[in-house]
Design a protein around this ligand. Structure first.
Ligand code: MG
Ligand code: ZN
Length: 390
C-alpha cells in the first residue's frame, strides 16, 4: 500500500517535470525560431522580438540602495513597477568582488574578466560589444552617463583596453565605432590629450557628428538634428553630483530615446540600443554618504520611469534595469523611521552582493531567475533575435 502511494507520488512528480519541461521547450523553441526573423507563435505562446533595448545601469545600486531611496520617497519608485525580476551574480573572473569595468564588460560582451578590464576577456583579447554589434547591424546606438563618457561603465560598451585608467586610449576608441549619440563628461580626454596631438572633437566633426558641450550651449536649449550623429560633453572631467546642480540625465536620456528611434531611420524599422548609466550612485557608496546615494538613485529612477513610458507606448522596447555591483555594504538599521534613516556602511568599496535585474517589454521573461552577470548579454541577444554566443 505504502509502495503504491510512493509510486503514485513518483508518477505525479514525473508528470509535473514533464509538463514544465514542455513549457520551457516551447519557450526556447520560440526564441530560436524568432532568431531567424520576425515574431512567431509557438504552441500558443506568442514571443515578440525586442526591436529596441534600453539598458539602464545604476552603478553600485544594490537592494539596500533601492530600499533607502524608496523609503525616502514615500515608497514610490518607478522601479517598483517591474513585474519580471531576476538576480545576477556579479562575481568577476577571479575573486568575489567585481569592479565596474569587469562588471560592465560582462554585460557588454558576455565574458567574465579581470577587474579593470574594458571590453577585453580574461586573456586581454578584445571582444566585440553588443553596442558595436548593434551598430554594425545598422541599428542606432547611444550612451548617456553621469560620469565621464570614458569611465569604466560606458567605456566597456565601446572600447577595448586592459586598464580602465587608459582614458585617452578609451576616448580614441570612440573613433572606431559609429555610435550615434553620446552624452557624458570627460571632454579633456578628447581635445587636450597628453599622449598625442589628436583633437578627437575635430575628428568627430569630420565624421559629421554635431558636437557641443556645456560651455557652449545648455543641453535643454539645443536643437538636435536626428539625421546627424550627436555628441555632448557635460563636463571637462567628472560631472558634478545631482545635489550640486547636475540635471542633464533625464533630459539627455529622454532625448536619446526619441533621437535613436528615428535616427537615419524615419520609418523606425531597425531599432536601437541605448545604455544609460546613473554613475554616481556608486560614488555616494564609496563616500559612505547615504544622502548622495539616495539623491543620485532618485534621479536615475526618474529616467527608469521615462524608459518605461517610452516602452509602453512603443511596444517593441525591452527595458532592463540593473547594477554592476553593490557599493558600500549599505545597511538600514534599527531606529530608522520613514523620515529619518539610520544607515551604516561596512565598506568603502564594492561588495559581493547578488544584484536584482528588472525587466519590462518583449523578452522580459528571459530575465527572471538566477544567473551570472554574463548571462545578461545572451539574454539581450535572445530578446533581439540574435544568435546566442558561448
Ligand atoms: Mg560606472
Ligand atoms: Zn565603484
Amino acid at each position: 500500500m505504502k509502495l503504491g502511494l510512493n509510486l503514485l507520488f513518483v508518477a505525479l512528480l514525473l508528470v509535473g517535470c514533464k509538463k514544465s519541461s514542455i513549457v520551457n521547450a516551447d519557450y526556447n523553441e520560440a526564441f530560436i525560431a524568432s532568431s531567424m526573423g520576425g515574431d512567431l507563435t509557438a504552441k500558443g505562446m506568442t514571443v515578440k522580438k525586442a526591436k529596441n533595448i534600453i539598458f539602464l545601469i545604476g552603478d553600485g545600486m544594490g537592494l539596500s540602495q533601492v530600499t533607502a531611496a524608496a523609503i525616502k520617497n514615500n515608497n514610490q519608485l518607478h522601479i517598483k513597477q517591474f513585474k519580471v525580476i531576476g538576480i545576477h551574480n556579479p562575481q568577476p573572473e577571479a575573486g568575489l568582488i567585481t569592479d565596474s569595468a569587469a562588471g560592465a564588460t560582462a554585460f557588454a560582451t558576455g565574458v567574465k574578466t579581470f577587474n579593470g578590464a574594458i571590453g577585453v576577456a580574461a586573456d586581454s583579447t578584445s571582444r566585440e560589444t553588443i553596442l558595436e554589434e548593434c551598430e554594425k547591424l545598422g541599428m542606432a546606438t547611444g550612451m548617456v552617463a553621469t560620469s565621464t563618457i570614458v569611465h569604466a561603465t560606458p567605456a566597456s560598451f565601446i572600447a577595448h583596453r586592459p586598464s580602465r585608467k587608459q582614458y585617452e586610449d578609451i576616448a580614441a576608441d570612440f573613433m572606431n565605432t559609429e555610435i550615434d549619440y553620446f552624452v557624458g563628461g570627460g571632454k579633456k580626454y578628447f581635445d587636450r590629450r597628453s599622449k598625442d596631438e589628436r583633437n578627437l572633437i575635430e575628428e568627430l566633426k569630420k565624421k559629421e557628428y554635431v558636437v557641443s558641450d556645456y560651455f557652449q550651449q545648455d543641453f535643454e536649449k539645443l536643437e538636435i538634428d536626428a539625421k546627424k550623429n550627436f555628441a555632448y560633453f557635460t563636463a571637462d572631467d567628472d560631472p558634478i553630483p545631482f545635489s550640486k546642480g547636475r540635471d542633464y540625465l533625464l533630459s539627455a536620456s529622454t532625448t536619446a530615446m526619441d533621437f535613436l528611434k528615428v535616427h537615419e531611420d524615419p520609418k523606425d524599422e531597425k531599432g536601437f540600443f541605448l545604455m544609460i548609466e546613473g554613475s554616481q550612485i556608486d560614488w555616494g557608496g564609496h563616500a559612505n554618504d547615504a544622502d548622495y546615494v539616495i539623491s543620485e538613485l532618485l534621479e536615475f529612477d526618474e529616467v527608469v520611469g521615462k524608459a518605461l513610458q517610452f516602452a509602453r507606448e512603443d511596444g517593441e522596447t525591452l527595458v532592463l534595469v540593473t547594477a554592476d555591483h553593490e557599493t558600500g555594504g549599505l545597511a538600514i538599521n534599527s531606529g530608522s523611521t520613514p523620515d529619518s534613516l539610520v544607515t551604516s556602511f561596512s565598506s568603502g568599496y564594492h561588495t559581493a552582493d547578488l544584484i536584482p535585474v528588472y525587466a519590462y517589454g518583449p523578452g522580459a521573461e528571459l530575465f527572471s531567475g538566477f544567473y551570472e552577470n554574463t548571462a545578461i548579454y545572451n539574454k539581450m541577444r535572445m530578446a533581439m533575435g540574435l544568435n546566442v554566443k558561448k
